[in-house]
Design a protein around this ligand. Structure first.
Ligand SMILES: [Zn+2]
Length: 473
């Protein structure tokens, strides 16, 4: 199957990733743990760009940037240089942003996603380092706000901007790209994606292979998909009415789900980039081998290994390797029970129950899921009871073994089932005659009697087999 891309959609994404696991900012010693702090309490002359202050590069940030570049299969530059990008905006007190221009730390790379027609390669144009500006808080929506508050705590945090080629052909592919990127970054342990502002997306979108429109400031993945769906529909309608798409920048209004024109190409800034005189060019090449040694096994490689080592199918292997925490959890379970049972119970059952409650894998223990799987595989409880136990642990707490006893979930002994079968058959001669005369439905009636006699604790499939065996004697 080849995806035809009927609307000629091209989507490129620029993702700003905030490296919020570094303890200090990119060019100063200010703490990066500002999320619960009062506004403007994590600032110093350097991150505010006051006269006379001098930036000093955060070595750990450089290491993280190289690590990300390598994980995205990028080439790493020999030597990089920071530039000043000049523009005035209230969230940028210096009047310029320190960023990378013609020598980004990471050059061309690629990410493989699940595309509309199977594996799809999305090219990475570049990944560069820059400092985060402060944060504007509009009182109301951006185009109607009566006033704006500024918080500089975020100013000077390390950002990696990852720019893709316009290789995505639908909002769904864009979403898969973002999910994959997030997954890789989680594996690298360079950021906490759950923190506010950890990943921010700008999108370039065009239809019918035409001019592109930039949609800025999308703050969530769900928002990205919605913004893209809206923008593609808007462009198509505009063209159908005889309009022309012009190069412009639009803002995504998350609350209303629409994009609003901010400025056209004519108004675009000329940033006058020039080399940052306070930072010398930085040699990067020598550091690469050492960083490469710290790279973990990444999602694609882990998926392949899970299929090979544990004999899992593609779907299970994929579901279990998207999140590093889930992958590790699964491997611990698989060390104690049959890996295929582990895959079913962790991926299909447990993850479903967790998603439903919006909980992460931390909400359950390896020990407890192992206990549940062992009870099922030892044929002591039914699968239905096992699911009930998992739900009870999540909702009310407690240990599987205690819940089994408290709720009387142990399957009744085989001889009790056998007795119930004998009784059901002896007590219902009419049903027996009907079944033998060809009325299939009578079997269900007899199985129902067995379930009644065992108070529903027998396995229904087992009971059915036993009744059948008895009738065919
Ligand atoms: Zn500072």
């Amino acid at each position: 199957m080849v995806y035809e891309n009927p609307d000629g959609v091209r989507i490129g994404l620029e993702v700003h990733v905030q490296l919020n696991k570094l303890n200090t900012k990119l060019f100063c010693g200010c703490s990066t743990e500002y999320h619960d702090s009062e506004p403007n309490t994590h600032v110093c002359p350097v991150c505010l760009g006051l006269p006379g202050s001098l930036p000093v590069i955060n070595e750990k940030a450089v290491e993280y940037a190289i690590k990300i570049g390598l994980a995205l299969n990028c080439s790493i530059v020999e030597q990089t240089q920071f530039h000043r990008k000049n523009y005035y905006y209230p969230d940028l007190p210096k009047g310029f942003q320190t960023t990378q221009y013609d020598f980004p730390i990471a050059g061309e790379g690629r990410i493989i996603i699940e595309g509309e027609d199977g594996e799809h390669v999305v090219g990475i144009t570049r990944a560069h380092m820059e400092e985060d500006p402060g944060r504007l808080q509009h009182m109301g929506s951006i185009d109607r706000s009566k006033g704006t508050l500024i918080n500089y705590n975020r100013s000077g945090m390390t950002l990696i901007e990852i720019v893709s080629e316009p290789d995505m052909r639908s909002p769904k592919e864009a979403r898969r790209y973002l999910d994959k990127l997030r997954s890789i970054l989680d594996y690298l342990d360079v950021f906490d994606g759950d923190l506010e502002g950890a990943m921010r997306v700008d999108a370039n979108v065009s239809v019918h292979w035409g001019e592109r429109v930039e949609v800025k400031n999308i703050s969530s993945f769900k928002g990205a998909e919605r913004a893209l769906l809206y923008e593609i529909m808007r462009q198509k309608n505009h063209i159908r009415r005889g309009g022309e798409i012009v190069l412009e920048t639009r803002h995504f209004d998350e609350a209303r789900g629409v994009t609003i024109s901010m400025r056209t190409k004519e108004e675009e800034h000329d940033y006058r980039y020039f080399p940052e005189p306070d930072l010398v060019p930085l040699r990067v090449a020598d550091r690469v081998p050492k960083v490469r040694e710290t790279l973990p096994e990444l999602p694609d490689a882990k998926r392949e290994r899970f299929m090979e080592q544990y004999g899992l199918g593609e779907t299970h292997a994929r579901a279990l390797t998207t999140e590093i925490k889930v992958a590790n959890f699964f491997e611990e379970v698989a060390a104690k029970v049959d890996p295929k049972d582990a895959a079913v119970w962790v991926s299909d059952i447990l993850k479903g129950e967790l998603n439903y409650r919006e909980l992460s894998i931390d909400a359950f223990t390896v020990e407890d899921i192992v206990a549940v799987v062992e009870l099922v595989t030892a044929n002591k409880i039914t699968e239905k009871s096992a699911v009930e136990i998992i739900r009870t642990v999540l909702d009310d707490g407690g240990k599987p073994q205690e819940i089994v006893e408290a709720k009387g979930l142990l399957k009744v002994e085989d001889d009790i089932v056998a007795t119930a079968v004998d009784e059901a058959i002896a007590e219902n001669p009419e049903a027996v005659a009907d079944y033998l005369g060809g009325k299939e439905k009578s079997l269900n009636f007899l199985v129902g009697k067995v379930m009644q006699k065992t108070k529903g604790r027998a396995d229904a499939r087992e009971a059915r087999e036993k009744v059948l065996a008895k009738l065919n004697e």
